[in-house]
Design a binder for this molecule. Structure first.
Ligand code: 0X9
Ligand code: ZN
Length: 305
């Protein structure tokens, strides 16, 4: 199997980031957007394949949740695909000609490292709480979008602990700061998770409909249809609160409220057979499916804006 058909340790991913940057000095930049609770660097890659000015941009983060290994694998896959197929594949060429892409391969490096070293099923980050012996905040409950209302918990020992206050965690703060300072260019926000095969959009923090609900629905519906046609695989789609559950404090809702009106969370393979333990032999298919959805949505955003 190739590099992209395997899961990689955090050290391997840091080496990959550095190598990717060095091998593509004109098109790839590594931006240090912050550091984790345990002081690991958070590098976002900026892919800029057509060096025209004033370009719009999309953001993809992977690995908010530590045990969802297919997500960082997708981020690496996507970078490799974009760099290899620019000028060969029409769709990725159109996307890269119109948008810069920011990619954060591992948003929760401390948790990811912990899943390799100690507990494969760890979800949260690794921050130590003042009030409890339990460790970790759910970074996808730590953003400032109806923070810690129904669907999150103030109890540090739960898997959905929202943290002491919104953006209490260095990882969520780094992403929020970066997006705040790039909100004029970033038009599309994507966050990669697993598992359950869903294409979700705001809101998850309320049952209210987003202002452009029908637009968002149309985009994920087309993406899901294409996945079904190409791979005979079913992805559910809809607003987060109505498709899975109420879950406040998520990055997608927060980015949406910031003004990034095309904001999505993908739940990649599978539907529960292997769950978080998706075998490496499934990586390629899972990533190709997700790629169809990313392309479909990005092209639609380009057309609309
Ligand atoms: O609960 C989550 O954070 C996500 N599901 S997961 O199984 N990967 O943990 C769904 C996130 C949907 N979006 C928001 N809740 N904002
Ligand atoms: Zn997740």
């Amino acid at each position: 199997s190739t590099f992209y058909e395997r899961y990689h340790s955090l050290d391997d991913i840091y080496h990959w980031i550095n190598k990717t940057r060095q091998d593509n000095p004109d098109t790839v930049e590594a931006i240090l957007i912050g550091s984790s609770y345990e002081k690991r660097p958070l590098y976002a890659l900026k892919l800029s394949l057509n060096n025209s000015m004033n370009k719009k941009a999309m953001w993809i983060d992977c690995g908010i949740h530590a045990r969802e290994w297919i997500a960082p694998a997708f981020c690496l896959w996507f970078v490799q695909y974009a760099l290899s197929f620019y000028k060969l594949n029409q769709e990725i060429t159109d996307i890269m000609d119109n948008m810069d892409v920011y990619i954060l391969p591992v948003m929760n490096p401390d948790g990811y490292h912990y899943t390799w070293a100690t507990n494969r099923m760890w979800r949260k980050n690794r921050s130590v709480s003042k009030s409890s012996k339990c460790i970790g905040v759910d970074l996808n409950r730590n953003f400032d979008a109806n923070w810690c209302t129904e669907g999150a918990s103030h109890e540090p020992c739960t898997e959905i602990y929202c943290g002491a206050f919104p953006e209490s965690e260095p990882e969520s703060q780094a992403v929020a700061n970066f997006l705040r300072s790039h909100k004029d260019s970033v038009q599309l926000y994507l966050s990669m998770h697993s598992y359950s095969q869903m294409l979700l959009f705001p809101y998850s923090c309320t049952l209210d409909e987003a202002e452009n609900h029908n637009d968002l629905l149309e985009m994920v519906q087309e993406a899901a249809q294409l996945i079904r046609r190409h791979y005979r695989n079913i992805y559910k789609y809809g607003s987060g609160s109505k498709t899975i559950y109420l879950a406040p404090g998520g990055s997608d809702d927060w980015a949406y409220n910031l003004g990034i009106k095309y904001s999505f969370t993908f739940e990649l393979q599978d539907r529960g057979r292997y769950g978080f333990l998706l075998p490496p032999s499934h990586i390629s298919r899972a990533c190709n499916e997700a790629l169809i959805a990313v392309k479909t949505i990005a092209l639609k955003v380009i057309k609309k804006t």
